[in-house]
Design a protein around this ligand. Structure first.
Ligand SMILES: Cc1ncc(C[n+]2csc(CCOP(=O)(O)OP(=O)(O)O)c2C)c(N)n1
Ligand SMILES: [Mg+2]
Length: 564
């Protein structure tokens, strides 16, 4: 059979190591589907295209390699868009494919008309329609190159007639389509960093996503400088929770020990992080930032020195130049503060804390304790982010992903499905609020259908819990009618889908339910009914915010008494 343009596209994806395409087939995607059917690539049919985009994003975020998703003409592709922000905001390379009607029907308000290149404009670094067989190879190459260069989302519109047309040539320069290699900072920059480090007393090192793979160098630098290490949420999984250098996170997924250390240090080294919340960054003292991305240098807090480079090779060179410090008192102080904070976390997570209700911290801790040493955790958005983010005790070989910069509810299961498809023997655990699970619970059917044994832990508080806190933080009473909702029996739902379902309604059921769910062969849901009134820890609470909570509480009391 003569090659179609669709075969050219699938052929290059196969060559660069893409193993799955996540999508929902339909009219204009049929030539693509046919080419996939004849290839080594697995087609993973989802229940909602947002699930396809999330799966591709999850893969790309975990591996740094291209994830691919597809939606058909019009509505099939509009459904992709929301999920693609997960890849766009977390800068992960994804190729999104939109099927489209035959070219002769464009521009006349035909059935299912959209303008995909316009629709995908904001979420994509590159978007183009393939308009002819002759143009296809170079545009396909350019799209994948753009996704890797960002990294981010590239999008192609695929008109049905062009995809089914006879191919005119293959994609060339395939070897150029790969993640970019690490590079060290310049010698002059390294000398400048070393000079400032040598002149500073109390130093803190903040480790972001760019520090993955650099744990040994980070420990060596921490020892040399007597500098505590802390991490952004994206960096939490780099080291085991009990590594003595690793003092915990910053901000709401963070510890008071780290907040105080950052506020009182003389020099903060920001390595591979674009941590966005400036209020948790130093108000005084100096900052040096090292990152591969020139555009992130200096944009979150006043920065004395911004250096372009990848963390690992830059640190290797830096270790040859910086002098050892002898005063360990700052490090020891932060260590003792961190121990106190950890003891407080342990107390809050104790399943015996209340006899009649499960505290959400205990859910996170139970999942963490039951997880395999190389498990992948995928965390959803809401109050549950804080429970999972603060109470998981990572092993150092586990991975932790979340909707980091997109902060979108309903994203964990879809991403978990994509990650699980990469290796069905690895344990993948999605931790989600009930609001988040309800949003895309149909993607549990995708897991069952494609034998993706994801484990889903649901924090069931019958509420969009974080919104209570957000409203009160703005001095507004919580709008209960908008925030609270009834849930189905999630365990029964899981069984009805063909998966396994477990429920923990009382503290003494929690560990058993989670352990059993993690042990079963195949996808499982654990419905954990948790206390809805639990408040997260605030490593930093200013007077203005405290005042807003107080005002909101008074308004809520008045509503309770008067009904208005
Ligand atoms: C897609 C999306 N819609 C709405 C929001 C705003 N939002 C942030 S957290 C949250 C509540 C999530 O509720 P749930 O999943 O039950 O988690 P909980 O806070 O109860 O743990 C909402 C609606 C968002 N971030 N993303
Ligand atoms: Mg909830």
């Amino acid at each position: 059979m003569a090659q179609m343009v669709a075969d050219v596209l699938v052929g290059v994806l196969e060559q660069i190591g893409v193993r799955q395409i996540f999508g929902l087939i339909g009219d204009s995607l049929n030539p693509l589907g046919d080419a996939v059917r004849r290839s080594k690539i697995e087609w993973i049919g989802v229940r909602h295209e947002e699930g396809a985009a999330l799966a591709a994003a999850g893969q790309a975020k975990l591996t740094g390699r291209l994830g691919v998703c597809a939606g058909t003409t019009g509505p099939g592709s509009t459904h992709l868009v929301a999920g693609l922000y997960e890849a766009a905001r977390d800068h992960a390379p994804v190729l999104a494919l939109s099927g489209d009607m035959v070219t002769k029907l464009r521009g006349i308000d035909y059935f299912q008309t959209t303008e995909p290149d316009l629709l995908f404009r904001d979420v994509s670094l590159y978007t183009e329609t393939i308009t002819s067989a002759a143009q296809a190879p170079s545009v396909i190459h350019q799209a994948i190159a753009a996704a890797y260069a960002g990294p981010g989302v590239a999008h192609l519109t695929l008109p049905l007639d062009v995809m089914a047309a006879k191919a005119e040539g293959e994609v060339t320069s395939v070897a150029t389509l790969r993640p970019h290699p690490e590079f060290a900072a310049s010698a002059a920059d390294i000398t400048a960093i070393a000079r400032q480090i040598d002149a500073a007393a109390n130093i803190v090192i903040m480790c972001g996503n760019g520090c993955h793979g650099a744990a040994d160098e980070l420990r060596a630098l921490s020892d040399r400088l007597k500098a505590p290490l802390n991490h952004s949420f994206k960096g939490k999984d780099i080291m085991p929770f009990d590594d003595p250098h690793w003092m915990g996170g910053i901000g709401m997924v963070g510890t008071k020990a780290v907040y105080n250390a950052i506020m009182h240090c003389d020099l903060l080294l920001m390595f591979g992080t674009d941590y966005p919340f400036s209020e948790f960054l130093p108000h005084k003292g100096a900052v040096i930032q090292i990152d591969e991305r020139a555009s992130v240098l200096g944009r979150r807090t006043p920065t004395a020195l911004g250096v372009m480079g990848s963390v690992r090779p830059t640190m290797k060179l830096l270790l040859d130049q910086v002098a050892a410090k002898s005063d360990g008192s700052f490090f020891e102080h932060v260590t003792s503060e961190r121990r106190k904070w950890d003891a407080m976390l342990d107390k809050q997570a104790d399943p015996k804390r209340s006899r009649d209700r499960i505290h959400p911290q205990a859910v996170a801790r139970a999942a963490s304790d039951a997880a395999k040493r190389d498990a992948v955790f995928v965390i959803d958005t809401g109050l549950n982010t804080l429970w999972s983010g603060n109470w998981i005790r990572q092993s150092g070989s586990q991975r932790i992903l979340a909707s980091f910069n997109n902060c979108a509810v309903g994203t964990a299961l879809g991403q978990a499905n994509g990650i699980q498809a990469l290796d069905r023997s690895r344990q993948v655990i999605a931790l989600t609020g009930d609001g988040g699970f309800n949003m895309l619970m149909g993607e549990f059917l995708t897991a069952v259908h494609h034998k993706l044994p994801v484990k889903v832990v649901v924090y069931n508080n019958s509420s969009l819990g974080l919104i209570v806190l957000e409203a009160e933080g703005q001095g507004l009473p919580a709008f209960r009618e908008a925030i609270e909702f009834p849930n189905p029996d999630f365990a029964a739902f899981a069984r009805a889908c063909g998966g396994h379902g477990f429920k923990a309604g009382q503290p003494d059921e929690l560990r058993g339910a989670i352990t059993e769910a993690f042990a079963v062969d195949g996808p499982a849901v654990v419905d954990c009914v948790v206390a809805a009134d639990e408040l997260p820890n605030m490593p930093h609470l200013d007077l203005k915010l405290a005042g807003h909570y107080a005002v909101a509480k008074i308004k809520e009391a008045v509503i309770a008494a008067t009904g208005r």
